[in-house]
Ligand binder design. Structure first.
Ligand SMILES: Nc1ncnc2c1ncn2[C@@H]1O[C@H](COP(=O)(O)OP(=O)(O)OP(=O)(O)O)[C@@H](O)[C@H]1O
Length: 260
């Protein structure tokens, strides 16, 4: 049994069906990638998993309990989400932003400053941003900024980290950097990662499990190395692709053309 499940999760927005009867289970301490065409409902699914979408029918379960039964703070101690395009106030330093991640642990009558500081330090170490601590977030490069957002989410000390396209806008080296941070979080700290990705090769290389969304439903779920095939790419994205085996023995793909 995975750390999170959806049961007949259905989402309509303004009377339009976005997701219909989604039944998924997410592996504990592993990385799950969610892929699918633009507009297929990936971000909507991620938001629903985080409890940010109240407009759902069906259930989202965290450790077998409906997330509706968690207080906001308690949920935030377990689940952290990094949206696609977070915006940052102009006058916030890296250290201050990461500190915000501690909000779910702070109470008006007692602040556990030492633990807060330790968690902030740990989060900044994991994402290698300690040297930027006193810089304004707005002055960072795209890669540094993305690591800062991840650090803020990590400061929450979540069991599950939800990431929406964490490598968009990054060059290939910084994409790898983010994926390696993610890898370490699962392997060393048993954090469960659920992320929306567009890059199928990143999913093939880094995800333990893949969820493919198409036409408001789950088209397939399973090990990416097993389920990604020419047939799947044709049916889901309408493209033909060639496959190769890389030096690690993993499948990689090269998209070739649109299916006529
Ligand atoms: N607040 C909203 N109001 C109206 N429609 C919405 C709203 N939020 C999402 N939608 C619609 O729901 C559908 C799914 O959107 P979503 O952002 O989840 O897709 P996605 O798979 O993440 O897309 P992309 O790959 O382009 O980021 C889209 O048709 C979108 O226009």
């Amino acid at each position: 049994m995975g750390i999170m499940q959806t049961r007949d999760l259905t989402i309509k927005i303004q009377n339009k069906d976005i997701l219909t009867k989604i039944n998924l289970s997410f592996l504990t301490g592993k990385t799950t990638a969610i892929i699918g065409p633009n507009g297929s409902g990936k971000s909507t699914l991620l938001k629903a998993l985080s409890g940010l979408n109240n407009n759902i029918t069906g259930q989202v379960l965290f450790e077998n309990k409906d997330i509706k039964d968690f207080s906001k703070k308690n949920l935030a101690r377990n689940l952290a989400i990094l949206p696609q395009d977070p915006s940052v106030p102009a006058d916030l330093t890296v250290g201050e932003l990461v500190q915000y991640g501690r909000f779910p642990y702070q109470r008006w009558f007692s602040r556990n400053d030492k633990e807060d500081q330790q968690c902030v330090k740990w989060a900044m170490q994991q994402t290698q941003i300690e040297e930027f601590k006193n810089r304004f977030v707005t002055t960072l490069s795209g890669g540094e900024r993305q690591r800062t957002w991840i650090a803020m989410a990590l400061a929450q000390k979540p069991k599950v980290l939800l990431l929406d396209e964490p490598t968009t806008y990054l060059d290939i080296a910084h994409q790898l950097e983010v994926m390696q941070i993610i890898d370490r979080l699962t392997q060393k700290y048993n954090i469960t990662i659920i992320m929306v990705l567009h890059d199928m090769n990143q999913a093939l290389q880094y995800a333990n499990d893949l969820v493919v969304i198409k036409n408001q439903s789950v088209f397939a779920q399973g090990s990416p190395q097993k389920i990604v095939s020419a047939n799947l790419l044709e049916k889901v994205f309408g493209v033909t692709a060639d496959f190769f085996i890389n030096r690690d023995g993993n499948k990689v793909l090269v998209p070739i053309s649109l299916v006529k």
